[in-house]
Design a protein around this ligand. Structure first.
Ligand SMILES: [Ca+2]
Length: 444
C-alpha cells in the first residue's frame, strides 16, 4: 500500500520522539561518566570461615570458584592479607572499628555489644554522605543494645544479630533494622528460605536502590560456616539447598555440601559484579572480598579434606597463618591493576582508614589501622612496623608479624612458649597439611 503524506509525517514525528527519548535515556556510558564525579562506592564482602586455600585463584583444584577467579584476574590478589582474629566476633570488631585485638572492645566470641563511643567505619562513611547498609551476619550487638547496626552507623540492616543464630541457614526469623521479621516460609515448611539466597537478593536490591549516590555495602555472608548444632545431631551441618555440581562426586556428603556452598557464594558474588556493570557503576566501585578467619573442621567437614588452609599451618582458632591469613581480593577497574598480586601484609583493622581515604576523609586517629589505598594502587609497602593479634580461647595466645618474621606465643606442654618463624619457610614437621607451590604464598 502506498504511504500517504500523513503517514509519512506521523512516522517522522514518532521517529523524532523516539530519537529524543533515546537521547535522554541514561545510557550506560553516560551513567559511568556521571558516576566518576561521585565519591566511589565501597562494597566489602565477607565469607565466614573460608580458608586461604578454598578458591581456585589460591590453588584450590576441586571446589569450583570461576567468578572469584575472574574477580582476581580483573583485580588484585593479596597473598599476605590477614583477618582481625581467628574467630568471628573479634575479627568483625577489628573490621568495623579499626582496632587490633590488643585494643578492640570485642576480643572474643562473647555477646559483648559495641558501645556508643566505638567509632565504626559506617559512621565515618555516613558522615561523608554515604548510604550505608549491612546484610548478613553482624555479631557485635544483641537486640536493644547499643551494638545493633542501626546504632553503629548503618542506615539499613538485614540479617542475624547473634552469631549462634547465624549457624542456622533456615531460621524462623531475621532482623530488618530494629524489627524482628518472621520467615513464614521456614515456619510453614522447614528448609524453604535459605538465608544466603535472601542476603544476595537484599544486596542486589540495596545496590540498585543506592546506585545514584555514594554507598557502602557490608555483605557478611555466613558461607561456609557450619550449622554446628545440626552437625552434632546428624553428622552433617553443612546446610545448602543443593549439592550440585558435586552430586556425583564420591566425597562424604558434608564435603559435597561444603564445596556446593562455596560455589554458590562464588556464583552470587558474580551476580553482584554483573549488577554493578549493568548499572554502569562498576568503575566507581571498590569491591573487596575476604574471609573473617581460617577454615574449620566442624559440622562433619574437615579443613584438610580440600586442603582449605592451602600451604599454611593451622586453621580457625590458631594464630598460626592458617587461622588468620585469608584469601583477599580487591576489584576496582581503573584504579586496581587487573591481574595484579600484592604481598604487602595488611589486616582487617586497616579497612576503616582505607574506606575513609577512599571517601576523602580520615578515620579515628586513635585506631590502629593504616590506609591500604596505596597498596590498592600498586604500592608494595605500607608505613607501619608490625601486625598484632591476641586470642583468649584455650589459654591466652599472641602473635606478631614484623617484616619477614612472625612470632606466636602460646601454651604448649603446660608452659607458654614463643615460636619465632621466618615468614615463607616451610613447616616440614607439620603433617596436617601437604605443601603447595610457593606461588600461592609461602607457608608460615
Ligand atoms: Ca568465622
Amino acid at each position: 500500500m502506498p504511504i500517504t503524506r500523513r503517514d509519512f509525517l506521523r512516522n517522522v514525528a514518532v521517529g523524532t520522539a523516539s530519537a529524543a527519548a533515546l537521547s535522554c535515556a541514561p545510557r550506560r556510558t553516560d551513567m559511568r561518566d556521571n558516576s566518576k564525579t561521585k565519591k566511589p562506592n565501597i562494597i566489602f564482602i565477607l565469607a565466614d570461615d573460608l580458608g586461604y586455600g578454598d578458591l581456585g585463584c589460591y590453588g584450590q583444584t576441586r571446589i569450583k570458584t570461576p567468578r572469584l577467579d575472574q574477580f582476581a584476574e580483573e583485580g588484585m590478589r593479596f597473598t599476605d592479607a590477614y583477618a582481625g582474629s581467628t574467630v568471628c566476633a573479634p575479627s568483625r570488631c577489628c573490621l568495623m572499628t579499626g582496632m587490633h585485638t590488643g585494643h578492640a572492645w570485642v576480643r572474643g566470641n562473647a555477646r559483648i555489644p559495641l558501645r556508643p563511643k566505638d567509632q565504626t567505619v559506617a559512621e565515618t562513611l555516613k558522615e561523608q554522605g554515604y548510604r550505608t547498609g549491612i546484610v548478613g551476619k553482624w555479631g557485635l550487638g544483641e537486640p536493644d543494645t547499643t551494638g545493633i547496626p542501626n546504632r553503629q552507623g548503618f542506615d539499613y540492616w538485614f540479617g542475624y544479630l547473634n552469631q549462634r543464630h547465624a549457624h542456622d541457614y533456615y531460621p524462623d526469623y531475621l532482623w530488618r533494622n530494629e524489627e524482628r521479621v518472621t520467615l513464614e516460609g521456614n515456619l510453614e515448611k522447614p528448609g524453604t528460605q535459605y538465608t544466603h539466597d535472601m542476603f544476595t537478593e537484599e544486596a542486589l536490591q540495596f545496590v540498585e536502590e543506592s546506585a545514584d549516590q555514594p554507598f557502602f555495602l557490608y555483605l557478611a555472608y555466613t558461607i561456609p560456616h557450619a550449622h554446628n548444632e545440626l552437625g552434632r545431631k546428624t553428622g552433617n551441618g553443612m546446610e545448602v539447598p543443593s549439592d550440585e555440581p558435586y552430586t556425583d562426586e564420591k566425597w562424604p556428603q558434608a564435603e559435597k555440601n561444603t564445596a556446593a556452598m562455596i560455589t554458590r557464594m562464588d556464583r552470587d558474588v558474580g551476580r553482584l559484579i554483573d549488577k554493578l556493570q549493568d548499572l554502569g557503576i562498576d568503575e566507581n566501585t571498590c569491591v573487596i572480598f575476604t574471609s573473617d578467619n581460617g577454615p574449620h573442621s566442624e559440622g562433619g567437614h574437615r579443613a584438610d579434606y580440600f586442603e582449605s588452609s592451602g600451604p599454611l599451618r593451622g586453621m580457625k582458632r590458631d594464630l598460626y597463618e592458617g587461622g588468620i591469613r585469608v584469601p583477599t581480593l580487591a576489584r576496582w577497574p581503573g584504579v586496581v591493576a587487573p591481574g595484579s598480586v600484592n604481598a604487602v601484609p595488611w589486616a582487617f583493622w586497616d579497612f576503616p582508614a582505607t574506606a575513609a581515604e577512599i571517601a576523602g576523609a580520615s578515620f579515628n586517629p586513635e585506631a590502629d589501622g593504616v590506609s591500604i589505598l596505596p597498596a590498592l594502587k600498586g604500592a608494595d609497602a605500607l608505613d607501619r612496623e608490625y601486625l598484632y593479634w591476641e586470642f583468649y580461647e584455650r589459654g591466652f595466645s599472641q602473635a606478631v608479624r614484623m617484616g619477614k618474621w612472625k612470632a606466636v606465643k602460646q601454651k604448649k606442654g603446660g608452659e607458654r612458649r614463643t615460636e619465632l618463624i621466618r615468614h615463607g619457610d616451610r613447616h616440614r614437621r607439620d603433617k596436617r597439611h601437604r605443601r603447595r607451590p610457593s606461588r600461592y604464598g609461602g607457608a608460615d
